[in-house]
Each structure stands twice: as C-alpha cells, then as structure tokens.
Ligand binder design. Structure first.
Ligand SMILES: Cc1cc2nc3c(=O)[nH]c(=O)nc-3n(C[C@H](O)[C@H](O)[C@H](O)COP(=O)(O)O)c2cc1C
Ligand SMILES: [Fe+2]
Ligand SMILES: [Fe+2]
Length: 396
C-alpha cells in the first residue's frame, strides 16, 4: 500500500520507518525505531531526493512507484552516501536506468566503492553553489562536509524555502501518523531522542555543524526536510537553537547528573549521598545513571545536556572500572568540553580510579574538575561527609 505523504503540490514524502531495528549503526539502541526519509519532486522533470535503508526497501519502492505514477524518473539527488540512505540506489536504477544521479564528486566515488560489482550510472557532480533546475523548482547545493561524512551536501529549494538537510536536524524515532514536528509534542516527547541522535551521530563535528548553521542563516528557510525524523515547518528556530548549543558544546541546562559504577553497592550508596546533597544544594531533576546498565549513547547525550557531572567510580583490577572508562573515552571521541566534573573514587587496597579518570581528561578538550577529589576505601564513612559537602559546594 502506498504510504507516501504530500508535503506541497509538487513535493512528496516517500520514506518509511523501521520499528524492528534493535540498534542504529548496529550500536545505538533505538527502542522507538527510526525513520528513513526520502522525498520526490514532481516538476517538469522528476527528482528523487535520496533513497532509504534496505530494511524499508519494499515500502520505499512501492511509494516511489505510486508517487511517480508512470512518469519516468529524471534525477536522483544523493545528499549523503551512508547506506541508511544509499542502499536502495541500485534498486531504483534497475527500475529507472536513465535517471541521472546528482551528487558531490566525492559521493560519486563512494557510490562506486559501495557497489562492489560496479554500477552503471550517469553521474552529474555538484559543488558549492551549483544548481539543479527541474522546471519550476531549483535546488541550490551547499556543501556540509563532515555533517556527518565528508561527501555530504544539503540543498535549498527557493520556491518553497525548503532545506533538504541530509543527516542534520534529524532524530531517532519512527514516525507515527504525524509527519511534522509541530503535530507532536516535540519538546516533551522527542527532544531527548533528538539530542541522543545529534550527540552520538554528529556530536564530534561541532565545528562543521557551526559552519553549516552559518550558511543556513543566509537562507530564508520555511521548512526543513531531514533524512530522519519529522519535517519542520514551524518553530524552526527552536530546533536550530538546540543545534547551535550542542555544536558549540554548551550545556542546554544548568543541571547535574551523577554517573556511577558499582559492583556490590558501596560505590552506588556513595553516589546516592552525592546526588542527595546536589538536590539539597538546589540542583533540580538530579538524575543518577548506572554506567554499566545504561547504554553509553544515553550517557553521552545526558552529558551534553548538563552543566555538572559527578563521576563516582570503583577501581577495578588496578585500573578504572571498564564501563566508566568506556563512557569517558566516548566523551573524548565526541570532543565533549566546557563541563564541570566532580570525582569520587573507590578502592579497597590501592585506589587508582581518580588518577585514571584524570589521565583521560588530560587528553580531552578542556573541562573543569573541581576539588576535592574524594577517595573511598571500600565504603563511604560518616566522617567523609564533610569532604562530600566540600565537593558539592565546589560544584554549586
Ligand atoms: C573484580 C574486582 C576488582 C577490583 N580491583 C581493585 C583494585 O585493583 N584496586 C582496588 O583498590 N580495589 C579494587 N576492587 C575493589 C573496588 O574498587 C571497591 O572498593 C569494592 O568493590 C567496593 O565497592 P562496590 O560495593 O561499589 O563494588 C576490586 C573489586 C572487584 C570486584
Ligand atoms: Fe549519516
Ligand atoms: Fe542517516
């Protein structure tokens, strides 16, 4: 059955959602699924804007066929060649061998790399400022290097004022019956997944996202059509503002989280004391995360959201508790910076967790670690309460 949606008289949404996928990029849990967006422009010439993931191939191809309704496909615009958007290119070309693929030069090269048996394809390469005219509509291409791969371009359609933003302005989460962000309670129900998508997928490339935001500021954008998640046509400034904060590595909120690890509960107990004291100090909505029980993609996202993070970690086999190490290395990889951290370590015979944490921080972008660093010996003692008070005071 055709599930495509009309966006404007000449523009259709023909994407589809995967609600069965366990992990995006086989790595990040997507309990609410993910959408693979694709669009068709029905002008004097017809253009398909990106394909979709193999997982939704049958639905995508049916939507394409129904939307074209017998018309030939003239252009296939490829904004990004990652297989979640490129996988079905060959299937489309088998049905429409005459279609010209419009993409960056680097994308053209990558396309051949992905289809190892070689692909018979007419490629028209575009660079910054080049246009594609389909009759009444013109797409102007804007390079968006490293948002999220080096070959990425976005495009701007001037008649409707639409930015086709590739992976930028996307979110995890399958679409339900509402295609537009203004038809759901985005700030209540979607922002956490949008943040987790942004921080884990493009979080590392804040500088490149800033470059794209500056270019976008020169365009009169009335609608954003991303490759994942709902389409934006209202309150676009709200979502742009979030991306501006995230890509400048600024905390979204003055808020504290306690991220802890514990094998037998003693370190967790100390983490609870710290969280309670942060609450008493006036921090609201103080959240605690068990570093071993929470997928690191959620921890990275929460760390981007918050201004203050307390790490409470055991020493393990002469080193740092491995799930804590894994989380901190992920922060390092994402260039997390500008946050205020507190450290509480635990060890029974030779505590080294704090030293190992500081070693990782010394290789990261600048963050602040407040004093004192609290050392527990197996379990927190009443007489250490003063030290914890000092730590919370310093975070205050
Ligand atoms: C497998 C294992 C390895 C540990 N390795 C060390 C270590 O190398 N040095 C140390 O001082 N404590 C070590 N500890 C002790 C812990 O750091 C911690 O003090 C103890 O597990 C109590 O905290 P918990 O109840 O939160 O797990 C180890 C504990 C476990 C279970
Ligand atoms: Fe991507
Ligand atoms: Fe993507």
């Amino acid at each position: 059955m055709n599930t495509s949606r009309k966006i404007k008289d000449a523009l259709y949404y023909i994407g589809a959602s995967d609600r069965r996928l366990a992990q995006f990029e086989n790595m990040m849990p997507v309990p609410r699924g993910v959408s693979y967006n694709s669009y068709v422009l029905l002008d004097e010439k017809t253009a398909l804007l990106d394909t979709a993931d193999n997982a939704v191939g049958a639905q995508f191809l049916e939507n394409l066929q129904c939307t074209l309704a017998g018309r030939p496909l003239d252009y296939i615009v490829i904004h990004h060649v990652e297989p979640d958007h490129l996988a079905l290119l060959e299937e489309v070309l088998l049905r429409h061998p005459q279609a010209v693929v419009v993409c960056s030069a680097m994308a053209g090269k990558f396309i051949q790399q992905f289809f190892s048996h070689g692909l018979q394809v007419n490629i028209q390469t575009v660079k910054e400022g080049d246009t594609l005219n389909t009759g009444r509509h013109t797409l102007t291409f804007v390079t968006a290097q490293m948002v999220h791969w080096p070959e990425v371009v976005v495009s701007y359609e001037s008649e409707y004022g639409i930015l086709f933003s590739a992976d930028a302005f996307g979110t995890f989460g399958a679409l339900g019956g509402n295609l537009y962000a203004d038809e759901v309670n985005f700030d209540r129900d979607w922002i956490d997944e949008a943040r987790r998508y942004y921080t884990n997928i493009v979080g590392k490339y804040g500088i490149q996202v800033q470059t794209l935001l500056k270019k976008a500021a020169n365009l009169d954008i009335k609608m954003i059509c991303p490759l994942h998640g709902p389409v934006w046509r209202q309150d676009i400034g709200y979502f742009i503002e979030k991306h501006d904060l995230w890509s400048r590595y600024e905390p979204e909120q003055k808020a504290a989280v306690v991220i802890y690890g514990s094998m037998y509960g003693h370190t967790e107990s100390a983490a609870t004391v710290v969280a309670n004291k942060l609450g008493e100090k006036g921090f609201r909505d103080v959240r605690m995360y068990d570093v071993a029980a929470t997928h690191v993609s959620y921890l990275v996202s929460e760390t981007f959201r918050c201004s203050h993070i307390v790490l409470v970690a055991p020493t393990y086999n002469g080193g740092l508790y491995p799930p804590m190490e894994n989380y901190l290395l992920d922060l390092k990889a994402h260039f997390l910076q500008g946050r205020t951290f507190g450290i509480v370590e635990n060890g029974t015979w030779a505590p080294v967790a704090a030293k190992e944490i500081q070693k990782i921080f010394s290789e990261m972008k600048p963050n602040t670690i407040v004093e004192p660093i609290v050392t527990l010996k197996s379990a927190m003692k009443e007489e250490q309460m003063g030290q914890v008070d000092q730590l919370v005071e310093a975070l205050g």
